[in-house]
Design a protein around this ligand. Structure first.
Ligand SMILES: [Zn+2]
Length: 233
């Protein structure tokens, strides 16, 4: 199956949705692609800025680490300030070769966008553009920890038609319990008896099934845990 390869494997730590959108494009066009720039650590950014300075005659670097060429209205940013580029948050990928020729009208169907006209290789997710720096930092941390960053409290509140304030108050918690019950049903974790719990969760169910008969209140103990964990108070 066609997919993207990273020129520098240490930069592969990008947002999982971005990666999967890029892979979708690869499959649709039936070609592998090469990513020359993904997640950049600070060290990596410094090296990138140095390379950009060497490659572009007349370019200059500001105190914040950003690299520019030209002045006034024709001034162009060639490399963002240290820590400010979307690459530092795992939210951008620089794509080589055939990917550069793709236009926004072709990419938008995959949820992707090239926000910079003069960087036809720089691709981001439409839904993750224009975020605050705090939000970007939270996303970066969750990517680096290996957690897929799927939904925020705000997104959950918007989805369930609650007041969107980002605070998990009583109404948000109540809604989360309701949704959790449905999720448990969908996932088949909606356990009704201690036997079901043991069969689904234990490596050696026989051992524990026997204990149901031997240990007093063991069955209600198990179902109490299920009740607590499924949010049924
Ligand atoms: Zn880029």
């Amino acid at each position: 199956m066609c997919h993207v390869k990273f020129k520098y494997p240490e930069q592969a730590c990008v947002h999982p949705k971005l990666l999967s959108a890029i892979n979708q494009v690869c499959r649709a066009y039936g070609k592998d692609a090469l990513c020359t720039g993904g997640y950049r650590s600070l060290e990596c950014q410094k090296t990138t800025a140095r390379i950009v300075l060497e490659k572009n005659k007349g370019s200059y670097q500001l105190n914040d680490g950003s690299v520019y060429i030209g002045t006034g209205s024709s001034r162009k940013c060639l490399s963002a300030a240290y820590g400010k580029s979307n690459h530092c948050f795992g939210l951008a990928m620089d794509m080589d070769g055939w990917f550069e020729a793709l236009e926004n009208k072709e990419l938008s169907g995959y949820g992707l966008i090239k926000p910079l006209d003069y960087e036809p290789w720089h691709v981001q997710l439409i839904e993750l553009t224009g975020l605050s720096e705090d939000r970007k930092a939270a996303i970066r941390d969750s990517i680096l920890k290996g957690e897929a960053f799927d939904m925020t409290i705000r997104e959950f509140q918007a989805l369930t038609a609650l007041n969107v304030d980002g605070i998990p108050g009583p109404k948000t918690q109540k809604k989360a319990r309701e949704v959790l019950l449905v999720c448990q049903k969908i996932l088949g974790n909606d356990f009704k008896s201690p036997q079901e719990v043991i069969a689904a969760t234990q490596k050696n169910p026989e051992l524990w099934l026997a204990k149901l008969k031997e240990v007093k209140y063991f069955d209600s103990f198990i179902l109490n845990i299920v009740k607590k964990m499924s949010g049924r108070e």
